[in-house]
Design a protein around this ligand. Structure first.
Ligand SMILES: [Zn+2]
Length: 313
């Protein structure tokens, strides 16, 4: 029996995280949710674990320009691998089928260029694990995957006694770019699974997962085992507090209701007496051209953004 490891920062989980955690339990995994503080509403059956046992809280670095905790949460998963604790899943990964066995490499392409670590497993003794853990332990890294000109600039600043702190580098330096670099360097790139396995929708399409205007089933194929919901992309701009309200009839709402028997704390239904009336969502379009028309999403389609006003804290 494999363990799935997740991380959550904050006092309570939203609908989206609850649904994802329940989808993991549904496949009979043991799920360990690492937290730095007590959590009010973890689903029954989830094991709560102390995040301090993996990494002291002060190492949960926050990117200075955006306030994003991605540096810290990326580092956290690499340390989980180093300790050999099992599979890593972000709390916004919906599991729809059993994952590959954790005696294999588990990672996948998020697009044509980058490997994402939202669904992630590497053996403890993998050289990728030791090299990436060494990389994320540096306060003033000169990322080997950066452009030569930028690297030169960072080296000069370091020589002059003004090294650049990792929190001041461009966003996401511990993320997909780093993982893709170290996987490639260690000749494991052929183990990256195709996009549709874990990332059937691109992050620019995340809104379609919570909107009833879109049918996404064409993108979710027989080889899809998980759907990364791209929680970050759903909260746009990234400083937006809270979570999107899930629309009744959206992919995620339907999955929660039909597969998990989950009752949403927050959901919204759009209907109209007249197809020619303005859509109640506030888009300004007629109902028949907005929520009254379900569009089948294809790989190249960009859905409309969910309304930022419909966020719950
Ligand atoms: Zn509408």
């Amino acid at each position: 029996m494999s363990y799935i490891n997740c991380f959550w920062q904050g006092a309570a989980l939203g609908d989206l995280e609850q649904i994802c955690l329940l989808s993991m339990l549904r496949q009979n995994y043991k799920v360990r949710l690492f937290c730095y503080e007590p959590i009010a509403n973890a689903p029954a059956g989830i094991d709560i674990a102390d995040a301090k046992e993996i990494m002291p809280r002060q190492e949960l670095l926050v990117h200075r320009a955006t306030g994003s905790p991605a540096l810290g949460t990326n580092k956290f998963r690499y340390l989980i691998m180093k300790k050999g604790l099992g599979i890593w899943l972000d709390t916004d990964v919906l599991v729809i089928k059993p994952l590959p066995k954790a005696d294999d490499y588990i990672f996948g392409w998020q697009d044509d260029h980058l490997i994402c670590s939202a669904v992630f497993y590497l053996p403890q003794n993998s050289s990728v694990v030791s090299e990436i853990c060494e990389f994320v332990s540096q306060q003033y890294p000169i990322p080997p995957f950066y452009d030569e000109v930028i690297r030169f600039d960072l080296e000069q600043k370091a020589k002059l006694g003004h090294p650049v702190d990792v929190r001041d580098l461009p966003w996401g330096v511990y993320g997909p770019q780093a993982l893709t670099y170290f996987v490639r360097k260690n000749n494991l790139i052929q183990f990256a699974r195709p996009t549709e396995v874990f990332y059937p929708l691109h992050f620019t399409q995340a809104d379609a997962l919570v909107s009833s205007k879109y049918e996404v089933s064409e993108l979710i194929t027989t080889s899809t085992v998980a759907v990364h919901l791209w929680n970050q992309a759903l909260r746009y701009p990234p400083t937006t507090v809270g979570q999107p309200v899930l629309e009744t009839g959206s992919f995620l709402e339907k999955f929660a209701r039909e597969q998990l028997g989950y009752r949403l704390a927050n959901s919204i239904t759009y209907s109209s007496g007249s197809r020619n009336a303005q859509c109640p969502c506030g888009s300004g379009k007629r109902f028949k051209h907005c929520h009254g028309f379900i569009k089948v999403l294809s790989r190249l389609d960009q859905p409309d953004k969910v309304n930022d006003a419909r966020m719950v804290p």
